[in-house]
Design a binder for this molecule. Sequence first.
Ligand SMILES: [Zn+2]
Length: 430
Amino acid sequence: MSTTLFRNVSILDSTGADPYPGDVLVEDDRIAVVGTVDPARAEGARVIEGRGRTLMSGLCDAHTHFSWNNSADLDGLGTMPVEEHLLFCIESARTYIDSGYTMCLGAASAKDRLDVVCRDAIDAGRIPGPRYLANGPEIAVTGGALIKSITKFADGPEGMRKAVRELIELGVDQIKLSMTGEEITGTQRAEDTYFSDEEVAAAVTEAHRRGKRVCAHARSAESVRMCVRHGVDIVYHASFVDEEGLDMLEGAKDWVFVAPGLNWLVATLYEAEAFGFPQEAAEAVGYKKELEQAVKGLREMHRRGIKLLPGGDYGFAWTPHGTYARDLEHFVELLGFTPMEAILSATALGGEIMLRPHELGKVQPGYLADLILVDGDPLADITVLQDHDRLHYVMKDGRFHKESAADEAPAPDPGNMPATGTEQLVVQRA
Ligand SMILES: [Zn+2]
């Protein structure tokens, strides 16, 4: 058995409790003990001297695209050859876990099998990456694609059923419906809704029948209502949600997740100038209005207890991979979340959206050891999670993905350690 003892850490356990000082023992791939560790049980463990740094669950990104290739040109997603594209996805997966993300939910893949191949390679230990739920190309109806070259087209209920069946055959974990437009395309408006009720119903029924969930690009008020009406499990964006949509989401809050992808709106509005999309252009097509509307609706969702998760559609030139934790800052700064609420959304709710709330997203005995050791207090400053240099350790399944030799301490010796309260211990450093 391999054992690791994180000694004298500030434990942010994602139960909602305030962080508290203590030790955490990891045995093989699971968290064994949290709080006070019996030295006899930790005998022979590898010891990481925490010195008060924060130990918390790895983070979750609820709207991930390994295959979005940091391009400024949307069509670049379609024209990149598959060989280079797979290499890019492998690098994205590594960047996610480098960034402290141990859970990611795929929100569409630019080519058929990029996501599923990466998921399987991560699961097999062939490449580093977060736990991943894979998607396929997003489904759109004729005339309703955001980027034609990466879209799977389907029309009518029969067409939807066939598309869903084909994607399930590829091995996806969930299905993506691209139901509305997106202003940056120049032709597809965010408030245009392209799917019919019958199409959404058919796609969801077929996916659920096969045990797969459905997520949707849904910016318009109408699309949000359609999502809830037909059981779309994960609603992305929801920028223009109206009162009726809010009521419907509230009525469905036991099962529905909303992931707004806020950083996309913020960065497209304010930070895309160097890539040919200045703020005036973004405002002219409506991104400022959309951000304002979205913030209003999302604050109301938060007030009503609807499950909101960070995850920002990263992977465009102005929203590059590796900047994922900006979403948590937006939750605090724009949506009025406390830092604790933002962290719970990114960890405990992450475990829920990954369908494993009993073993992911918390620092609790029996949970999988997906942990990050952070140099700083993210409750005092949520932006520390954006600084990779302050993510001193990243562990997944009890194995270190990132570590630092500077913190090694001798293994506990049950003969001369107190049974409780290790904080006062003077550690002999090698
Ligand atoms: Zn997306």
